[in-house]
Write a new protein. Structure first.
Length: 226
């Protein structure tokens, strides 16, 4: 799987693009086989953000308030599907209601920001085969794809590392078993035949019967010895 890149608006607006995302990046499932939601822990922007002529003209005309609203809305995108916020259910309504309370902004003002961002294609829509539509941005989709790609790549690397570790462990065990087999085959007796010769019994001279006989055995020249 190739590292994801930021997609164009035309590519994102292809029919059932959300289905493509789910087919490309396998999601985690629970015991019942249902896929978990895949929210994001963060959102990012490129260094070139707000540097185009269209973006500069937009800020000049409407100020930074709509851009601030967009960033707050992207946080809500990250908390729901991750790649966008569904407009068919209550996700978008809840997000707008929360902003009204947290930032003390009228709903009509938020609605105005929302419509302006759609008009200038700061917000676009992607859909799935079930008829659901998601408000999103190219950068939001990129963040989600990069997160999924990183998770799958890390899982693959960890799986490979575990497989290599098991292979190494098996090789070490095989070597140990081989050494033990060799040790068992070592003969306990030497391979060269050695003739065993019993040690000679030392000859002990018999004791003389009398001291007189023993004395005579020294001869006449040894008289002075006694």
């Amino acid at each position: 799987m190739n590292k994801p890149t930021r997609r164009s608006i035309t590519e994102l607006q292809q029919k059932n693009f959300v289905d493509f995302l789910y087919e490309t990046y396998e999601r985690e499932k629970n015991s019942a086989g249902d896929c978990y939601a895949t929210p994001l822990e963060y959102i990012t922007d490129e260094k070139t953000y707000l540097s185009s002529d269209v973006e500069k003209e937009f800020v000049e005309e409407y100020g930074f308030a709509p851009i601030g609203f967009l960033e707050a809305l992207r946080v809500q995108m990250a908390k729901t599907s991750g790649f966008g916020i569904c407009v068919n259910n209550n996700d978008l309504k809840k997000a707008l209601a929360g902003m009204m309370i947290d930032y003390k902004i009228d709903y009509e003002e938020l609605q105005k920001f929302y419509e302006l961002l759609i008009e200038y294609q700061f917000i676009i829509f992607i859909n799935d085969s079930n008829g659901n539509q998601y408000a999103t941005t190219p950068q939001q989709v990129f963040n989600w794809e990069y997160r999924m790609w990183s998770r799958l790549s890390n899982n693959k690397s960890q799986k490979k590392s575990r497989s290599e570790a098991k292979k190494t462990e098996k090789q070490e065990k095989d070597k140990e078993a081989e050494v033990e087999t060799v040790m068992e085959d070592v003969p306990t007796e030497p391979m060269i035949t050695i003739n065993k010769v019993p040690a000679e019994t030392p000859i002990i001279p018999e004791l003389e019967e009398t001291f007189e006989t023993f004395e005579k055995s020294f001869g006449a020249d040894n008289k002075d010895f006694f």
